[in-house]
Design a protein around this ligand. Structure first.
Ligand code: GTB
Length: 216
């Protein structure tokens, strides 16, 4: 059974924003059971974990002799080995993979920066200006995504690993008010979250936080 790593005590307090959530969701979509090794911040930077991920981060994936890191690569690996997350046709598959990269390389960066700025730069004199600049970049990306999506349910035909990644990326904007400016994107995120596999993955990671020790 594959084993992934996740925060022993996630800073998001169980809101499913850490990147193990997308891997858990992928496993749930394809019906592959998995095990989770919980790691502390200290353990993440130690040699045994760095052997799994040289950058000392979660999530990682181990199955037999294969060890992977990078949540996108792990989700792609799961999608390639199980039915249900990538279309069968070569062209449709290539388009789905393109959208996986778009989620992680084009849409996620300003969204992730916004969370970091909110955590790390709140007391800096440039905070408001930096936030405004990031919100502008995010609105541009959301506007383009919204135009592409239109009234469609998913990014390109049926639900795929691309939607799974895109929804996990967009969820990080919840509470910012930005998603509500694009009703079709807000509905898209809600559709992703309504999937039974999402709910199972969400509950599993929330249970880790609920049972986590108060310190450490
Ligand atoms: N590109 C890598 C991937 O996609 O796998 C990035 C992995 C990554 O950023 N991992 C983070 C990590 O290990 C956890 S997910 N951080 C610890 C470290 O770098 O020392 C990022 C994250 C962290 C916290 C929240 N949160 O509290 O809401 C959300 C997401």
């Amino acid at each position: 059974m594959p084993t992934i790593t996740a925060f022993e005590r996630s800073p998001d307090r169980g809101r499913g924003l850490a990147r193990d959530m997308r891997v858990r969701w992928a496993f749930e979509e394809v019906g592959q059971p998995y095990e989770v090794r919980l790691v502390s911040f200290q353990a993440m930077k130690g040699a045994p974990h760095r052997a799994r991920n040289p950058f000392g981060q979660i999530p990682t994936y181990e199955d037999g002799d294969l060890t992977l890191f990078e949540s996108g690569a792990i989700v792609l690996h799961i999608a390639e080995r199980h039915a249900g997350l990538l279309p069968a046709g070569a062209d449709a598959r290539a388009r789905a993979i393109t959208w996986m990269f778009a989620a992680l390389n084009t849409v996620e960066p300003p969204i992730f920066d916004r969370s970091l700025v909110n955590i790390l730069e709140k007391d800096e004199p440039w905070f408001e200006k930096r936030l405004q600049a990031l919100d502008k970049s995010i609105r541009t990306r959301l506007g383009d995504l919204s135009a592409h999506l239109g009234e469609a349910e998913w990014l390109d035909g049926g639900f795929s690993a691309a939607d799974l990644l895109m929804v996990t990326v967009l969820r990080r904007l919840q509470g910012s008010g930005l998603l509500e400016e694009f009703p079709n994107i807000a509905a898209y995120v809600a559709r992703g979250e309504a999937r039974p596999a999402f709910k199972r993955a969400f509950d599993a990671q929330a249970a880790v936080f609920a049972n986590a020790p108060l310190t450490g």
